[in-house]
Design a protein around this ligand. Structure first.
Ligand SMILES: Nc1ncnc2c1ncn2[C@@H]1O[C@H](COP(=O)(O)OP(=O)(O)O)[C@@H](O)[C@H]1O
Ligand SMILES: Cc1cn([C@H]2C[C@H](O)[C@@H](COP(=O)(O)O)O2)c(=O)[nH]c1=O
Length: 230
């Protein structure tokens, strides 16, 4: 019996890697799949992992009807046993409903991968619909960690080390850019998200004479690497 499964977690927790592993394992057993993605950091029509693995993928444009795409393959005589859908947070609610229809009417497994909440801790439309319709929601076992060592549960948007909470919901980016003025993301625990305390802000606070010595959060900072100039 086919299922719609939503594999979710924060940024940088291994979702794309798992997507590639799932495709590998299913195809190794003779199953035939289609890989979809949307706005992968590496570019169009590619599903990439920070581990360096990547595969060609069908780009999910805003107007792509995923039900029609699978029906087209089937009517062209191409077997489809499963779909891998990465960056599913970017899909529309209607496209998620099309995926559910593929599962229910064509008995095709759909494995969707994506983050649930944006930089404001609000659900993406695609993620919301997946949480509402999926047969199973699996939180990935590899935990991304906040700078303090707690499990990260939020995806903060950061510009020049400072958290920003205003802006467009969709800004493609990575967890480290190192370039001034460029949007990047940092996974944080809820506590430090609510405090707007990025690793950069915590390090700055640690150097401030106002910080009381028993502010354990700041004391939890990993030692800053000593640069050559110091
Ligand atoms: N050099 C490395 N050695 C081992 N694991 C790594 C390395 N670089 C990245 N990773 C793993 O890859 C994960 C991110 O992979 P990726 O699939 O791109 O995540 P996501 O799609 O969730 O953003 C990290 O959580 C980390 O566990
Ligand atoms: C929090 C947040 C993230 N994004 C973008 C940034 C990345 O391009 C993807 C997530 O990719 P990953 O494989 O999970 O690392 O989503 C965004 O557009 N808006 C946000 O609020």
């Amino acid at each position: 019996m086919a299922e719609l499964v939503f594999f979710s977690g924060t940024m940088d927790c291994g979702k794309s890697t798992l997507a590639l592993q799932m495709d590998h394992n299913h195809s190794a057993r003779g199953r035939v799949g289609l890989i979809f993605t949307k706005m992968d950091r590496a570019g169009s029509n590619v599903l990439s992992s920070r581990l360096g693995l990547s595969r060609g993928a069908l780009e999910v444009s805003d107007d792509l009807d995923l039900w029609e795409a699978v029906v087209h393959c089937a009517t062209a005589g191409r077997r489809v046993d499963y779909l891998v859908c990465d960056e599913a947070q970017f899909y529309s609610a209607a496209q998620v409903e099309q995926l559910a229809r593929v599962v229910d009417e064509m008995d095709v497994d759909v494995f969707a991968f994506g983050i649930t909440a944006d930089f404001r801790t609000e659900l993406f439309p695609g993620s919301k619909r997946l949480l509402e319709l999926a047969d199973r929601v699996q939180v990935l076992q590899v935990e991304a960690l906040c700078w303090c060592g707690r499990r990260a549960t939020t995806n903060a948007r950061v510009v020049d080390g400072a958290m920003v909470v205003e802006g467009e919901q969709v800004v493609v980016g990575d967890t480290k850019s190192g370039q001034s003025g460029v949007v990047e993301y940092e996974v944080l625990c809820r506590r430090h998200y609510m405090r707007r305390m990025t690793a950069h802000a915590a390090r700055s606070a640690a150097l401030s004479p106002e910080v009381l010595p028993f502010d354990l959060d700041v004391c939890a900072l990993p030692p800053r690497p000593i640069t050559q100039s110091e």
